[in-house]
Design a protein around this ligand. Structure first.
Ligand code: B1M
Length: 222
């Protein structure tokens, strides 16, 4: 069985130590970090979600799998993020009010950092007022993540709070997360939607009107 398959199994089984070992092994074998991420970590979390839906596992098992995934992600982080890249904009990111899922949000934050953005991570269960504060403090982009259909409407609350504060036109609002779609983005009046962490980088560059270098870093569009 390949290191990627063993990594996936370790995360599904929630064995953090094994997940770390297989991540290191995979990297040693020359498997690219983004391949380990897609075929190991993300595939495992899809499987975990399915098992939860089928009532074969419950919240505690989901939590240990999430912990195993995070342990693996810590090993992958330096391979996914390029150091010393000049900031091409400031992004404040958070998971919206009522929502505690942070793995996808952390990935998006990491990818943005790696592409040269200065990222302020506001955490999970972030209230609209906190996003407004971040915009007042100079964020160019407010990035919202939601994983629950019940917390999707809280994205609209953030857009409304920015409008009420009179600063909606000063920032770009971008959204993402498993239940989010382009039509939800349009309905709430956000500026951009991305399905994945890597496409989130291109989307943020686009809403800021930045051109990209071949390596994915952003430059001001002429
Ligand atoms: Co939760 N959970 N969970 N959970 N959980 C889901 C989301 C669920 C789909 C599982 C299921 O039923 N199949 C379901 C939601 C159903 C729905 O709303 N329709 C669910 C539920 C119901 C719940 C609880 C309500 C369960 C309960 O208590 N009864 C509860 C809610 C707690 C709360 O938030 N208030 C809950 C709790 C938890 C844990 C705490 C146990 C844990 C989270 C741990 C953590 O994040 N620290 C957890 C987990 C792990 C999951 C699943 C299994 C995995 C989520 C994940 O990390 N995926 C998930 C099932 C699933 O998604 N298959 C599930 C991996 C991650 C990399 O993907 O977050 O989608 P994702 O991010 C992607 C993209 O969406 C995108 O980029 C990422 C990488 O490509 N993206 C963006 C994300 N944000 C973006 C922002 C962008 C752009 C792209 O721009 C700004």
């Amino acid at each position: 069985m390949s290191a990627t398959d063993q990594l996936r199994n370790a995360i599904v089984d929630g064995i953090a130590k094994e997940a770390v070992k297989q991540t290191e092994l995979g990297l040693e074998q020359g498997i690219a970090a983004d391949v380990l991420l897609a075929d190991g970590l993300m595939a495992a979390m899809r499987e975990v979600g399915q098992l939860f839906e089928d009532k074969e596992i419950y919240v505690p098992e989901m939590l240990v799998s999430a912990h195993a995934m995070k342990s693996s992600l810590e090993i992958l982080r330096p391979h996914l993020v390029e150091a010393d890249v000049q900031a091409s904009g400031r992004v404040a990111i958070g998971t919206v009010e009522g929502d505690l899922h942070d793995i996808g949000k952390n990935l998006v934050a990491m990818m943005l950092q790696g592409s040269g953005f200065e990222v302020e991570d506001l955490g999970v269960d972030v209230y609209p007022e906190r996003f407004v504060q971040a915009a007042r403090d100079g964020a160019d982009v407010i990035a919202l993540s939601a994983l629950l259909t019940t917390t999707m409407p809280n994205m609209l609350k953030v857009v409304q709070a920015l409008r009420d504060a009179g600063i909606r036109d000063r920032v770009r609002v971008v959204v993402g997360g498993a239940p989010i779609t382009q039509s939800h983005c349009d309905e709430i009046g956000a500026d951009g939607y991305a399905k994945t962490a890597s496409s989130a980088v291109r989307m943020v560059q686009r809403v800021l009107g930045l051109a990209t270098f071949a390596d994915g870093r952003a430059a001001a569009a002429s």
